[in-house]
Ligand binder design. Structure first.
Ligand SMILES: [Zn+2]
Length: 98
């Protein structure tokens, strides 16, 4: 069954700040810079400077290793905050693998 309307419907794409892969919002995780630190934005609607990362653990590791995420968000990320985000990334990775 093919719906003709599906072909013309525009699906907004976002780009992972690390690997530059373009994909739908659903496949990426939005990180947002808040006064309390960098948070995972599950709804995609939080105000603030945001950056998208894919769900693969590799991109998260690279993001922190090279401070690329910090540059993308124009903020510095504290160690505790990094740990939080990495924990989240590992959970995501586990889900993806199963
Ligand atoms: Zn990526």
């Amino acid at each position: 069954m093919k719906n003709r309307q599906e072909v013309t419907r525009h699906i907004p794409e976002r780009t992972c700040v690390i690997c530059r892969k373009k994909t739908t919002k659903r496949e990426l995780v939005r990180l947002v810079c808040t006064p309390a630190g960098v948070e995972i934005d599950i709804t995609g609607k939080k105000p603030g400077r945001g950056a998208y990362l894919c769900k693969g653990l590799v991109c998260w590791e690279t993001a922190f290793k090279n401070e690329r995420l910090e540059r993308a968000l124009r903020t510095s990320i504290k160690q505790g905050n990094r740990d939080q985000l990495m924990t989240y990334a590992r959970e995501l990775d586990k889900e993806g693998a199963s």
